[in-house]
Write a protein that binds this ligand. Structure first.
Ligand code: KG4
Ligand code: ZN
Length: 333
């Protein structure tokens, strides 16, 4: 029997989850809306809001899971990678809570957890599988051989896919985070309206910084002829940008699947909530006979449910850490 309380605070969402015998019975996510005023996450503000949110989020998670503090057998937390100040709030809270309850502490790598979110609901992928992890800070193709035996086989050389969405959205004066808004407008637009060149990057790696600049120049050029270009074409621009990013991601994923001869394919991270990516992946799977795995929306973007399920796997192995553990903004994969 095990009840694990998990804390996630790597960026701008404060999240607390409970895993009861391998089942997620609570996943509370307190979003921070304050960053919308600034067009991106302000680290200092994020830490302060985590500080305000964390205790109420823990209390709510206990209520939702119908357990008490005394039922908790271990506390799992995100050690990194992420914003140091944000991580410090979660790590300090987890350490104090575990100390007060006299239970073990479990350290979780945020990027592993995005992938292990696939072990929350059925169907679960079987090993080995490939996972495209696409978030605001990372774009990776990972060969997953076992729960904690993973190898990055391709990654971005500059911006992440989520940044490509968010920065393009910013060019169009859409508020942060722009990814979900691009998705919303894309549903109403024509994905073939405008063409953007696919970056030519070797192997299984990605690059999005040149792509973003090409969109900036394209918009500037159009605006010289029509000052209202964005307003009049917003849906078509969003649909075209989304289509291009999805094609870049899927083309590399196809290449990886072929290279490793694997048909078990998963996507993870905030951008895996994107409807264009989900539809594109389904079409590719139909063509190539892939078995695909897409997390439920609440487990795509940052959440403690994924930390709790990763923590559960470590709990089974008694893989604990001591009170001297500290957060790591950059954490080895
Ligand atoms: O995994 P996540 O919540 O946080 C990080 O660890 O970075 O990912 C956040 C990223 C943001 O860039 C956000 O714009 C993007 O995921 N995102 C989306 C969608 N939902 C979230 N991008 C495109 N379409 C969406 N529906
Ligand atoms: Zn994340």
């Amino acid at each position: 029997m095990s009840v694990i309380l998990a804390i996630e605070s790597s960026c701008d969402d404060t999240s607390v989850a409970i895993c009861n015998n391998g089942k997620i019975t609570a996943n509370v996510i307190a979003n921070q809306t304050i960053h919308q005023n600034y067009g991106g996450v302000i680290p200092e503000l994020a830490s302060r809001v985590h500080q305000q949110n964390i205790v109420p989020a823990v209390q709510q998670a206990l209520v939702n899971a119908n357990v008490t503090k005394q039922d908790i057998n271990a506390v799992a937390f995100t050690r990194g990678p992420g914003l140091l100040g944000s991580l410090l709030v979660g790590v300090s809270f987890a350490k104090s809570f575990a100390l007060a309850l006299n239970v073990p502490l479990i350290s979780v790598n945020h990027m592993h957890a995005h992938i292990l979110a696939h072990f929350i609901d059925d169907p679960k992928p079987s090993f080995p599988f490939l996972c495209l992890t696409v978030s605001g800070g990372h774009t990776q193709i990972v060969l997953v051989k076992d729960y904690f035996d993973m190898e990055i086989v391709g990654e971005t050389l500059d911006d992440a896919a989520g940044e490509a969405f968010d920065k393009t959205a910013k060019l169009m004066a859409l508020p942060y985070p722009g990814g979900p808004l691009i998705d919303k407008h894309a549903k109403l637009g024509n994905p073939q309206a405008f063409k953007f060149a696919e970056p030519q990057i070797a192997d299984l790696n990605f690059s999005f910084s040149g792509f973003k600049t090409s969109i900036l120049y394209f918009i500037r050029k159009q605006e010289q002829q029509n000052a209202n270009f964005i307003a009049e074409n917003l849906d078509d621009i969003c649909a075209s940008v989304q289509h291009s990013i999805v094609q870049i991601l899927l083309n590399k994923l196809k290449k990886a699947a072929k290279q490793y001869n694997i048909k078990e394919i998963a996507i993870a991270g905030g951008v895996s909530a994107n409807s264009g990516l989900r539809d594109g992946l389904q079409k590719t799977a139909d063509e190539l006979g892939w078995n695909i795995y897409i997390p439920a929306f609440q487990y795509c973007t940052d959440n403690a449910g994924m930390i709790a399920i990763a923590g559960y796997q470590k709990y089974l192995k008694k893989d604990f850490v001591g009170q001297d553990v500290s957060p790591m903004a950059r954490m080895e994969f």
